[in-house]
Design a binder for this molecule. Structure first.
Ligand SMILES: Nc1ncnc2c1ncn2[C@@H]1O[C@H](COP(=O)(O)OP(=O)(O)OP(=O)(O)O)[C@@H](O)[C@H]1O
Ligand SMILES: [Mg+2]
Length: 224
């Protein structure tokens, strides 16, 4: 079953001056692990932002689960559509604790505050952050911040997690542990995982590698 389909998606910036994505058609299946690779400026982040509804295409459609065109949805709707995000710079809100950061995507989805809290607590506990629940971003290491961000991405039981260079700001040992976490979660929860990465150790683990150059898909290959 297709989870996300892009049909002839293009993205232009500055009028039509910059073609960041040029007529992309692809689908992500349920439970699939896909990596997106390509040189800097090739359009990887733009592609991820289109797939995840973070940004809207200039042309074409993005269809979620065969029905919802995510291009015209509000943030709140997208959140409740079971999509998780992990970013290179972690993107935690600095004035909120780890626990509160994990609760944020649940607003408007889980109405009972106690349920939000218990779910966030459980997720942080599972990610080994039991003793960091009430810490703020500036009191957490990079690896800890990324684990909070992963807990946050799991808040609404996503069918798919999008990660844009999730280990780009981490040392190699911490990167490995973060990748192991993401791939374990992918396997255990049968959750689709789409990772933008420069790291071959990550892409070789995936079911499919999409290589992009100048906003176009140049090759799709099987990882393992
Ligand atoms: N908001 C924007 N305004 C104008 N141009 C943009 C904008 N965002 C991206 N671009 C351009 O679109 C192209 C693709 O950018 P994108 O960020 O998707 O590349 P990337 O493959 O993720 O690169 P990197 O590996 O450096 O993160 C680049 O030429 C970039 O300069
Ligand atoms: Mg990028």
């Amino acid at each position: 079953m297709d989870l996300i389909s892009l049909n002839n998606v293009s993205k232009f910036y500055n009028g039509k001056h910059i073609k960041a994505l040029n007529n992309i058609t692809l689908s992500i299946s349920k439970g699939e692990f896909v990596s997106i690779v390509g040189p800097s400026g090739s359009g990887k982040s733009t592609l991820l932002n289109m797939m995840s509804g973070l940004d809207k295409p200039s042309e074409g459609d993005v269809i979620f689960k065969d029905q919802k065109n995510i291009s015209n949805r509000s943030w709140r709707e997208i959140r409740s559509m079971n999509i998780g995000f992990v970013f290179q710079k972690f993107n935690l809100l600095p004035t909120f604790t780890a626990l509160e950061n994990v609760e944020i995507p649940m607003f408007g989805v889980i109405n009972n505050p106690k349920k939000r809290r218990s779910k966030a607590t459980e997720l942080l506990d599972q990610l080994g952050l039991k003793n960091r629940m009430h810490h703020y971003q500036n009191e957490l290491s990079g690896g800890e911040q990324q684990r909070v961000a992963i807990a946050r991405s799991l808040a609404n039981d996503p069918d798919i997690i999008f990660a844009d260079e999730p280990t780009g700001n981490l040392d190699s040992v911490t990167s490995e542990s973060i990748i192991k976490l993401l791939t374990d979660i992918h396997k255990q929860l049968n959750m689709a995982l789409v990772i933008v990465t420069h790291n071959e150790n990550i892409s070789k683990l995936s079911n499919r590698i999409i290589k992009i150059l100048d906003g176009k898909i140049v090759t799709e290959s099987t990882g393992k």
